[in-house]
Design a protein around this ligand. Structure first.
Ligand SMILES: NC(=O)c1ccc[n+]([C@@H]2O[C@H](COP(=O)([O-])OP(=O)(O)OC[C@H]3O[C@@H](n4cnc5c(N)ncnc54)[C@H](OP(=O)(O)O)[C@@H]3O)[C@@H](O)[C@H]2O)c1
Length: 339
């Protein structure tokens, strides 16, 4: 097996990639999945790489201008899956996405828009109003995928899922999913949805922060639920950010102590530097390792970007498939905490 890879064209996300082997692989890193994943109970496909429009919570005028430019570049380069939420920027993210899609006109293939209902809006009437607010900001008649952003123990899951099932039957949402759900919560959500399939669970999952993803992966595979990985670049560490002199801002440190807190950060930085060295030695971009490590698990990463050049770099990285051997070495290098 060769350890070097060659860069493929970076202009299209929806490439067709030939699996290396039809037989199950004995290695811990399985055969790569096809570019798009099946969406349970539908004849539609789930894109394998998406752009998230959380913008890491930055919504100043300049940030907003950059986010618009970043989205525009992503559309030009063929990204079609866009992830947003009603809480991102208090609706600004959905509005920017709506404007960007309207500006782009008819897309082929069409956009695959995911948005999320806030954990504060899970009672039926409120949920319906939240969806209609999102659709208005997005300027769309329906979204492909509507997710519960996070569970809320104070709202019976049956109420939420009953309303979501109804909205799916009315055609206002293509499919229903959840985010940040553990296995027990997934089980309850599926039972409450009845005949409407639960198609997605979006969780934090990266080579450096694997826990949430690995806790649900087996269950999701068994029940044909696509696992979407948010923060697949560990909020920039796996794109090489913060590894040298520049450290994360105090705002970022506050925002995510799980990554940027003083107990976690030194060890994550050390492992990220090890992964960067591996990438350099093997002649592949560091984000290639981060993204394909997920893709090889059948997981669909949603990366974040705040500048058009970052989208270009990430798409270039996505077009480079590290060898299975490199991904296995990366898994070992990153796995100190799990060992
Ligand atoms: N469901 C949930 O609860 C939840 C939670 C969090 C996120 N999400 C979703 O997941 C998406 C992605 O999350 P994330 O932003 O944490 O993801 P990420 O992909 O792990 O990190 C994105 C950040 O990495 C940096 N970056 C990206 N490309 C780079 C490059 N080529 N060179 C250098 N740095 C680069 C950028 O930082 P700078 O912007 O600082 O340059 C970018 O904002 C969000 O937008 C959102 O849609 C969902």
């Amino acid at each position: 097996m060769t350890s070097k890879t060659k860069a493929k064209p970076k202009s299209k996300v929806a490439r067709s990639r030939t699996p290396r082997s039809a037989a199950p692989s004995p290695s811990p890193v399985p055969t790569p999945p096809p570019d798009e994943l099946p969406l349970a109970g539908t004849d539609r496909r789930h894109p394998s790489l998406g752009l998230g429009l959380w913008a890491q919570g930055r919504w100043g005028q300049e940030d907003e201008r950059r986010t618009r430019a970043t989205l525009g570049r992503a559309i030009e380069l063929g990204i079609r899956w866009f992830d947003t939420a009603e809480v991102y920027g208090g609706g600004r993210s959905e509005r920017i996405l709506g404007d960007g899609l309207a500006h782009a006109g008819t897309l082929n293939p069409p956009a695959f828009v995911t948005t999320k209902v806030s954990w504060e809006h899970l009672r039926p009437g409120v949920l319906r109003a939240a969806l209609f607010g999102s659709l208005q900001r997005l300027a769309l008649p329906k979204v492909e995928l509507y997710l519960v952003h996070a569970p809320n123990a104070h709202v019976p899951i049956g109420e939420t899922m009953g309303e979501l099932a109804q909205l799916a039957k009315e055609g206002r949402v293509g499919s229903v999913g959840v985010s940040n759900f553990d296995v027990d919560e997934l089980e309850a959500a599926r039972a409450a949805l009845g005949s409407v399939p639960l198609v997605v669970n979006q969780v934090r999952y990266s080579l450096l922060t694997p826990d949430d993803g690995e806790a649900v992966l087996g269950y999701c595979r068994d029940h044909s639920i696509v696992v979407e990985a948010y923060s697949p670049l560990a909020m920039g560490l796996l794109a090489g950010r913060y590894l040298d002199s520049e450290g994360p801002s105090p705002e970022l440190r506050r925002q995510d102590p799980n990554i940027f807190g003083p107990e976690r950060l030194p060890s994550l930085l050390e492992r990220a530097r090890g992964l960067r060295k591996l990438a350099k030695d093997e002649g592949v971009p560091l984000p290639s390792i981060a993204l394909h490590w997920l893709a090889c698990r059948g997981v669909a990463p949603i990366f974040g970007a705040s500048r058009p050049e970052q989208v270009e770099e990430i798409l270039h990285a996505w077009g480079v498939r590290p060898s299975d051997e490199v991904l296995e070495r990366a898994d070992t290098l990153a796995g100190g905490r799990r060992a």
